[in-house]
Design a protein around this ligand. Sequence first.
Ligand code: MTE
Ligand code: MO
Length: 246
Amino acid sequence: MKRKLFLATSLSAALTGCGVAGTKLTENDGVRSILGAGETLDLALIGTHGLAREYSAGDISREFPINSFDTPADAAYAHLVRNAYASFRLAVDGMVERPLSLSLVQLNAMPQTTQITRHDCVEGWSAIAQWSGVALRDVLAAARPRSGAGFVVFHTFDRDANGVPYYESLDFSQALHPQTLLALRQNGAPIAPNRGAPVRLKIPTQLGYKSAKWVRHIAVVPSLAHLFAGKGGYWEDQGYQWYAGI
Ligand SMILES: Nc1nc2c(c(=O)[nH]1)N[C@H]1C(S)=C(S)[C@@H](COP(=O)(O)O)O[C@H]1N2
Ligand SMILES: [Mo]
């Protein structure tokens, strides 16, 4: 119960800050130290990384390939699908002042944003879809990163054929970008199991492998060095570039 109240307080703090997410974030000491002295959030983000192009409804692709490991087949994930994700919790922890454990109901109650953007896979295909959900920066604002935090890591439910988990990471300028989305819906429908249900990352300013499907845990960390092979992502550990800006 205490934990519930705690979460409710931190979430309502995020919700009341809804119209001024940027201001709220830059008031946070942790985020201020990440951005550097005197830098404003919008300058740090838009000025250095730009906005991905947004399309109109008529541009939405009829076919959108599926390109990932298989939908997780383990008992824990199957159980989630069976109970319509009622027992799903997205953990947000690590170097944060307020660790969160967010249900799908809580994520849906946060301010939602929508984008129609293009997904570019490094293998040479692109597809346009509408994605809706919670801006990652709103979730991070609720969790309040501590100073010294450097990266946001996404742990997922799926694994490769050898049992190695998929994971990805972003730095704070990528994570706080206004178009970086924890997507709950694709083309108006809840994210399907084979698309990364119930929550996937959608980051249209970076190549497709950054958009982690089946996100279960977001960890704020000082460095990527001690995670898996230390390169910040499953494919990065095999030699792909960590910075995958388009
Ligand atoms: N968890 C997880 N996320 C992932 C992948 C994966 O294998 N596992 N593949 C990535 C790659 S390379 C691409 S192109 C997109 C594909 O997303 P889609 O299957 O919805 O098209 O997911 C990305 N996210
Ligand atoms: Mo990809």
